[in-house]
Design a protein around this ligand. Structure first.
Ligand code: GLU
Length: 425
């Protein structure tokens, strides 16, 4: 990569480099037009903003925020807003690229974008988070909009954050514009099923994989979930609902393991009483790295990126690995997992339930006509199983692993659209 016009910081982060290596492999395998391949390596636009916030003690702290739009060939930009201490421009750009690939894989009429603010939201009060969100939204207001670029929740942000973003944007324009964000509370135009949609989609993708592999999912099927946040906890609940036994779970402080099965209701009561997950009494504590290496049928990394690397891949002992998080596995780990016979459901396939129901929310908002939860989940199932089948067909065609196959399926759709639109000017 030697585009002198682009800021090196943008390209140099490990996640971006990982994404480029995956993209290169997919483009080479499918013999993609090099002009299209080169274009996909760079984001369309990236905005850096400073976000001054009055903290509760009266002083003003300046945070750094970003919004990156990777590709908008298929429609408005789409992607979450992350509040986390590790947020950088490069990480945001890599995640924006993943959003492009995810939306294209599912045939959504949306491009890929991502935003974030480098902050520790866990250590901020509600008031501080609200002021941060309102100022950040104001700084990126010209960049976003229901026809331009539509944010959603990601790590460290939630429905409340989206309600503040929607309100701030609407105040600036002068009337209510619910379509500027998705993942909103129901009261302001959110969709039923959106809160659990990423976890639901992960469970649906595992159901598709089990059917494909001829595995029955029942109480003898053991599941381990890394990350017990919005995605991990709902994926665990959904897997439990279809009859599987959850034997391990963790959050950033550590994990818990019980080979007989964890009682998820008791865990949620334990967490609701403000106890840390790893002090849950009916289980033995394990570290996050031990958790990933537990013997199980289904492993769901649903925390942060780069958790499964060339260092621990050989010790992973699951049958199906469903990536609830974005980019939890490095490119070097992929062939090791493949050689072990682990069936990988890559992130852009496994965790796309969130953005798919975001798309449903956007469509319902535009129509001003809202569906019941059953309809949302039926539509999610249909789109997930069709996309899974498409990836399996592509896998057979190119004889590649599931990650490459998902990337090729996605890029095939997107590149056709780029070529038919033609080059400007
Ligand atoms: N943050 C989620 C993701 O990474 C959802 C994005 C969205 O709904 O736009 O897929």
């Amino acid at each position: 990569m030697n585009n002198e016009l682009l800021n090196m910081e943008l390209l140099s982060g490990p996640l971006y480099q990982n994404a480029i290596r995956q993209l290169d492999l997919a483009c080479d395998t499918m013999k993609l037009d090099p002009n299209v391949a080169a274009r996909l390596k760079y984001p369309k636009r990236a905005l850096i903003v400073s976000v001054p916030v009055r903290m509760d003690d009266g002083h003003i702290k300046v945070f750094e925020g970003y919004r990156v739009q990777h590709n908008m060939t298929l429609g408005p930009g789409k992607g979450g807003i992350r509040y986390h201490p590790s947020v950088t421009l490069s990480e945001t750009a890599a995640l924006a690229m993943l959003m492009t690939l995810k939306c294209a894989l599912f045939g959504l009429p949306l491009g890929g974008a991502k935003g974030g603010v480098r902050c520790n939201a866990n250590h901020m009060s509600r008031g501080e988070k609200q002021r941060l969100t309102r100022r950040y939204t104001t700084e990126i207001a010209n960049f976003i909009g229901p026809d331009k670029d539509i944010p959603a929740p990601d790590i460290g942000t939630d429905e409340q954050t989206m309600a503040w973003m929607m309100d701030t944007y609407s105040q600036l324009i002068g009337f209510a514009i619910p379509g500027v964000v998705t993942g909103k509370p129901l009261e302001v135009g959110g969709s039923l099923g959106r809160t659990d949609s990423t976890g639901q989609g992960v469970a649906y993708s595992v159901m598709c994989a089990a059917k494909h592999l001829g595995i029955t999912l029942d109480k003898n099927t053991t599941v381990v979930v890394q990350g017990y946040g919005k995605v991990g906890a709902s994926a665990a609940r959904k897997m439990n609902k279809i009859g599987c036994t959850i034997i391990g779970a963790s959050d950033e402080n550590g994990g818990i393991y019980n080979p007989k099965g964890l009682d998820l209701q008791k865990i949620s009561d334990h967490l609701a009483a403000k106890n840390p997950l790893n002090t849950f009494p009916d289980a033995e504590p394990v570290t996050n790295s031990e958790l990933l290496e537990l013997k199980c049928d289904v492993l769901i990394p649903a925390a942060v990126e780069s958790q499964i690397t060339e260092k621990n891949a050989a010790r992973i002992k699951c049958k199906i690995l469903a990536e609830g998080a974005n980019s939890p596995t490095t490119q070097e780990a992929d062939p090791i997992l493949y050689d072990k016979g682990i069936f990988l459901i890559p992130d852009i396939l496994a965790n796309a339930g969130g953005v798919t129901v975001s798309y449903f929310e956007w469509v319902q908002g535009l129509q001003k006509f809202f569906w019941d939860e059953k309809e949302v989940n039926n539509r999610l199932w249909n789109i997930m199983s069709d996309t899974f089948d498409k990836v399996i067909l592509t896998q057979k065609e190119f004889k590649v692993n599931m990650r490459l196959s998902a990337l090729i399926s996605s890029i095939r759709h997107l590149s056709k659209a780029m070529l038919v639109r033609g080059f400007f000017p």
